[in-house]
Design a protein around this ligand. Structure first.
Ligand code: ADP
Ligand code: MG
Length: 621
């Protein structure tokens, strides 16, 4: 795109942004003040970014590292400006950042925002990371003047919009690196020009921000009017203060700042390690997962500080991926300030901090599980899926993690999951297996014919319904010496003797010919045999031990990966006690060419396909 100097370029907001702005304008009435928190947070991010980039390219700073976020109310013009000396934005960056929402999950987000009550919307906007637009709760026009680090004075850019669907960008000048966001306040939002009001909001929402948030106040000294710069935030690093001095509310406020969550945390963990390793950590377990938890890239929720200076907003090295729901800060005094991302990767100090954080988080979860089972259940409901990743990610804590998992089983009411330890407690001492069945929903697998044998023997079966469960079972393999055994694969220990009997029965009672005949008529099955596991149903499908189960097969297909592993044919098992199967045998004995045999067999097969939760290949029209 070419720009004629001086002529503002008119551009349209992307559709989703238009819809968002429309919603924001209709959420005007409550919590308007959070716009300031969002703008201050953007300014602080911009400062952190230029400071970080300058580690490698010190020239970017141009001699200015007096980090500051200025609030400039202008009574006459009716504007409030938030100004920073952060990284700034180029023309393209400004179009990209303020003209589009280039994020997955946006459509879902808008859907939820629309359904949410107006009073919850402002916070949701901040949480989703579109905080800049909160400006339109108080302003009918917003002007952004920005000069990116390393650009010339005349290479700045001015962006402006009334939030009605279009914005303009044009070349501009700015004395130094940084960004000014100027809000043209609506008439009903003029109180945001008052310095007491600004101080109150900063105290409430941005007190812990590391960089000074300043404003000019007028003073009268001996009849002479002077202005003085005042810092509005205390910049106190709450994590460095002794626990006993910190009020519950302070923790909560801080949590909201680091997490962007608008609920209180479920658990607060404040750690001070001294001696050979010195660090402080203030971590939180959220009460609920952020609504975009599964859409956005998995990111660590822990910020790394070195002696009060933020080094990295999402430090992967501090906690393993399966604990990415944990939010908070870690401050180390043993790391150098100019540590780069590369240096952090195999850093022994971080590795030790990580070990102790993981231990502490797992311990907190263990205490919650035994001391507050209700709260733990709630936690697991929100984050259990992620925790399960730990079984393969963190072999060193495998046992502890296995004990933290909760499972639905055939002996538990739905919604009241149990632990493996409890299942083990109910297992007869001589049992060698813990059976499980995987499928899409509990309702579907609970009625699977493959469970009939287990039910008849009173054996408990784990009912697994999450995509990750296949992988979980694969990496877990066993629990305290008991093998985790797929109920729809191979033979269960309890069925072994019965399976032998079934084989003999097939031989002696003349089923053999029928079974072979059916196998030849049903090209989708590997084998047809008499079942030892069926008690009520006529037929079921089972996979071979070690081959892919029906659920995994469907999962792969959904992921478009069925080409990687062509589906293995399954075995069709028939229940010799069932009238339909007995009828089939009689037909076969009377006239093996009877065309009804194929029809009935086909029906039994289709029934079994549906029972395992799969779709019929070629459903009758
Ligand atoms: P988020 O901060 O969660 O990314 P925002 O809507 O608040 O979402 O901001 C969008 C983007 O605009 C930011 O990610 C950043 O790239 C850019 N931005 C906003 N304010 C500034 C600023 N003061 N300085 C530099 N970049 C900014
Ligand atoms: Mg933001």
């Amino acid at each position: 795109m070419t720009t004629t100097v001086g002529a503002p370029e008119r551009l349209e907001f992307k559709t989703e942004l238009k819809q968002l702005l429309d919603l924001i304008v209709h959420s005007l009435y409550t919590k308007q003040e959070i716009f300031l928190r969002e703008l201050i947070s953007n300014a602080a991010d911009a400062i952190d970014r230029v400071r970080y980039e300058a580690l490698l390219k010190p020239d970017l700073l141009d001699g200015d590292s007096d980090w500051k976020i200025r609030l400039i109310p202008d009574e006459k013009a009716g504007t409030l400006t938030v100004s920073d000396n952060g990284i700034g934005m180029s023309r393209d960056a400004i179009v990209e950042n303020l003209g589009t929402i280039a994020r997955s999950g946006t459509r879902e987000f808008l859907e939820r925002l629309r359904k949410a009550e107006a009073k919850d919307r402002p916070e949701m906007i901040g949480q989703f990371g579109v905080g800049f637009y909160a400006s339109y709760m108080v302003a009918d026009r917003v002007t952004v003047l920005s000069r990116t680090a390393g650009a010339a004075k005349t290479d700045a850019v001015r962006w402006e919009s009334d939030g009605q669907g279009e914005y303009t960008v044009e070349p501009a000048e700015r004395e130094a690196r940084g960004t000014d966001v100027t809000l043209h306040l609506r008439d009903d939002a003029k109180d945001f020009l008052q310095s007491w009001r600004l101080r109150e909001i900063v105290k409430r929402y941005s007190d812990f921000i590391e960089h000074p948030v300043v404003t000019e106040v007028e003073n009268e000294v001996e009849g002479k009017k002077t202005t003085e710069e005042q810092t509005l935030n205390s910049r106190q690093a709450i994590w460095l203060r002794p626990k006993a001095e910190i009020k519950e509310q302070e923790y909560k406020d801080f949590y909201r700042q680091v997490s962007k969550d608008f609920e209180d945390p479920q658990k607060t963990i404040h750690l001070a390690a001294e001696g050979t390793m010195e660090f402080r950590a203030l971590l939180f377990l959220p009460a609920r997962k952020p609504f975009d938890f599964y859409w956005r890239e998995p990111k660590s929720g822990v910020q790394l500080y070195v002696r009060r200076v933020m080094i990295m907003p999402d430090c992967e090295e501090l906690l393993p991926g399966y604990l990415r729901f944990v939010k908070g800060v870690v401050d180390s005094s043993d790391l150098p300030l100019n540590v780069s991302r590369e240096l952090l990767q195999h850093n022994p100090i971080l590795a030790r901090i990580r070990t102790s954080l993981v231990t502490k988080v797992l311990k907190t979860l263990e205490e919650m599980k035994s001391g507050e089972p209700e709260a733990y259940l709630k936690f697991f409901h929100e984050f259990g899926t992620v925790l399960k990743e730990g079984i393969s990610q963190d072999p060193g804590n495998r046992e502890r993690l296995a004990d933290l998992l909760l499972f639905e089983t055939t002996k538990q009411e739905a919604g009241k999951p149990t632990t493996l330890a409890e299942v083990l407690g109910r297992l007869p001492a001589e049992a060698k297996e813990i059976p499980y069945l995987i499928g899409e929903t509990r309702a579907q697998i609970e009625h699977s014919p493959v469970l009939e044998g287990y039910r008849a023997r009173g054996e408990e079966v784990l009912l697994l319904t999450e995509p990750i469960d296949e992988f979980l079972i694969e990496s877990l393999g066993e629990y305290k010496g008991k093998t985790l055994k797929a109920a729809d694969r191979g033979e269960s220990a309890g069925d072994k003797a019965a399976a032998e009997d079934a084989k003999k029965k097939a031989e002696s009672e003349g089923y053999k010919g029928l079974l072979e005949h059916l196998a030849s008529k049903l090209p989708d099955v590997k084998e047809v045999r008499l079942s030892a596991r069926l008690k009520e149903s006529a037929a079921c499908l089972v996979a071979d031990e070690g081959s892919m189960g029906a659920y995994m097969e469907r999962l792969m297909r959904r992921m478009g990966r069925s080409g990687d592993a062509p589906p293995a044919k399954r075995t069709l098992e028939l229940n010799p006690e069932h009238a339909a199967v007995q009828g089939l045998k009689r037909m076969f004995e009377t006239n093996r060419e009877d065309p009804r045999i194929e029809t009935v067999a086909g029906l039994l097969h289709d029934q079994a396909v549906i029972a395992e939760g799969s779709k019929l290949k070629d459903p009758a029209p």
